[in-house]
Design a protein. Sequence first.
Length: 134
Amino acid sequence: MAPIVTVSYRTYPFTKDGRDPVMEDVSEAVEKENLGKKRVTSLQSLSGLSYGTVANILNGKTRFPRYSTIAALLGCLGYQSKFERTSRFNLETEMVDAKRWNLRRKAVKLAAEERKRNQRRNARNGSRNNSASL
């Protein structure tokens, strides 16, 4: 199984398993339609996407779909995407929040790198100790 790639944006939180949260919306929308056993074939025919693309989206293999793919898949079910403002924008406040978020993200990244270095160091030391005892 492929390792989980951690993607992080300040204003777009990914799921705990590293998938784009839109994938949950897609699953819910498809479930509501009760397409039965032929759902992949039906959605492939209706959307114009390949069978493999639809199957991978529905079975969870796709982690980061293109916007156009999701628009095609949900569009064939009658959904339309629309961005709407949900809060007021203030540049100064957002810049302070962004700087704080970036500092936290760098600290987490540095800690992860340090853990990896320690694990490699411990693995090297462990293999030296094992070969010395032979």
